[in-house]
Design a protein. Structure first.
Length: 460
């Protein structure tokens, strides 16, 4: 029986464990913080739970446009109030419950769980304290942690990482968010919805610079309309806790005062001091484990998955990397990781979801394709729900009509993108999507409508 040892119990680790035990391996997971990892305990699950409350709050504040009156408004403030202590208590309770559910499932399947920190003392031996666990195959899935600036050290009181937010008992009156990538945009939008006054510091000329430009423009417009201040083309040079608040000094000389500062300036892989380099595992300049498309490292028998590899840092990708590693290591047929079919979502309100080729790929000549952008405000269901912001964008190969990618901005874009993902994965054409029945009225009807607009008449 093949012995598999997995270091890290996040999505890359526990999903790999489930595959390995299914294939008959003897599987041990060495886990430090709890099964589910940071994804479940401090990152994805807690943040999306908080965001769910924020979205409901925003809907309640905007309900008057649909003829619903909630509470009284005084002094220009909404009658909707948020009890952050209750919100955070629920966030942490759900995170723990999800971790416990996942651990129970893994254990039920026969996976052994060892609590502690794993360290490789040999390509086939993992040390956990004084204990030595022997393995035929090792998977490193140790994740990553928030990057810190020397001049803006988080203190858990006024200067915070997103993992410290859930200990706040009161809503930040004036929150300064440093970093306008996906994480910064999500939290800035969430706390604005909950009732904080938010300032977002962006090092670029627009928020979410790695996302679709049209989508980022829509969301930045929504942020501004709801009262957020976005400071572009500047960085935080330092952040100071004054006792009663914070002062953020920017590289352009300006200062911004607030009650709290949230730092979202990237991730650092958890790859230090666990014996990787000593056994010949190559790391890149940022400390991320270098892997190929079947999750192999440079050391035979040692695989890696998830955020510690820096490969498209999403839970879904981590899980797939882990599964692929086990399929490959245990002799199953396996397809290499294909990032062009990965769907991603920014959980702002409205949401932004994308998959496959981008408009930038088309504009740069990387792919020969046609594009359509269908505004969501033409959709009847969107009108009914007063959802004015967003669009459906489809990209198809010029001559064959094969769907190469798409972007959706709107309510539940994270759910709507599945249809486009299936099309990209299965190489469906816009004609095939156009001939698919969509419910009327529905937001998904915009996907089939966009496909119809890309259909080409047959040559005579």
């Amino acid at each position: 029986m093949t012995k598999v040892v997995i270091i890290g119990g996040g999505p890359g680790g526990y999903e790999a464990a489930l595959v390995a035990v299914q294939l008959g391996a003897d599987v041990t997971v060495v886990d430090r913080d709890g099964i589910g990892g940071a994804c479940v305990l401090t990152d994805c699950v807690p943040s999306k739970t908080l965001i769910a409350t924020s979205v409901r709050t925003t809907y309640a504040k905007d309900a008057t446009r649909l003829g619903i009156n909630i509470g009284d408004e005084a002094g220009g403030k909404s009658g909707v109030e948020v009890d952050l202590n209750t919100v955070n208590t629920r966030v942490k309770r759900l995170a723990r419950a999800q971790s416990e559910d996942t651990a129970a499932r893994v254990a039920k399947e026969g996976v052994k769980i060892i609590r502690g920190e794993g360290r490789l003392v040999d390509p086939r031996i993992v040390a956990v304290g004084e204990q030595r666990v022997h393995a035929d195959v090792v998977l490193v899935a140790t994740g990553a942690h928030p990057r810190e600036l020397p001049t803006a050290r988080p203190d858990g009181e006024r200067i915070l990482t997103w993992r410290q937010l859930y200990d706040l008992e009161k809503l930040p009156e004036k929150l300064i968010v440093v970093g306008s990538g996906v994480t910064g945009a999500e939290f800035a939008n969430a706390y604005q919805g909950l009732g904080s006054s938010v300032t977002l510091v962006s090092s670029r000329d627009r928020v979410m610079p790695t996302q679709d430009a049209d989508a980022a423009e829509v969301l930045e417009g929504v942020f501004a309309r709801r009262g957020m201040s976005v400071l572009g083309n500047t960085r935080a040079e330092s952040v100071t806790n004054t006792g009663s608040g914070v002062v953020v000094t920017l590289t352009d000389g300006r200062t911004v005062e607030g009650s709290h500062c949230l730092m979202t300036v990237g991730m650092i892989p958890n790859t230090g001091n666990i014996g990787l380099e000593e056994i010949g595992v190559r790391l890149d300049s940022g400390g991320f484990v270098q892997v190929d498309r079947v999750s192999r490292t440079s050391t035979p028998g040692v695989y890696a998955a998830g955020d510690c590899t820096g490969v498209n840092m999403l839970a879904s990708v981590a899980a797939m990397q882990g599964r692929i590693a086990m399929w490959h290591a245990l002799g199953e047929a396996v397809s290499p990781l294909k990032l062009s079919t990965v769907a991603s979502t920014v959980f702002t309100h409205p949401e932004l979801a994308a998959v496959g080729a981008s408009e930038q790929d088309v504009r740069s000549g990387k792919v020969d394709a046609r594009i359509v952008n269908l505004p969501l405000d033409t959709n009847p269901r969107a009108k009914m729900t007063d959802s004015k912001d967003g669009f459906v964008k489809l990209i198809c190969r010029r001559h064959t009509g094969i769907v190469l990618g798409g972007v959706i901005v709107g309510p539940r874009a994270s759910e709507l993108i599945l249809g486009v993902s299936v099309a990209v994965q299965q190489r469906l054409t816009v004609d095939e999507i156009a001939h698919t029945f969509a419910v009327y009225p529905s937001l998904s009807g915009s996907v089939t409508e966009a496909a119809r607009s890309l259909m080409q008449a047959s040559p005579e």
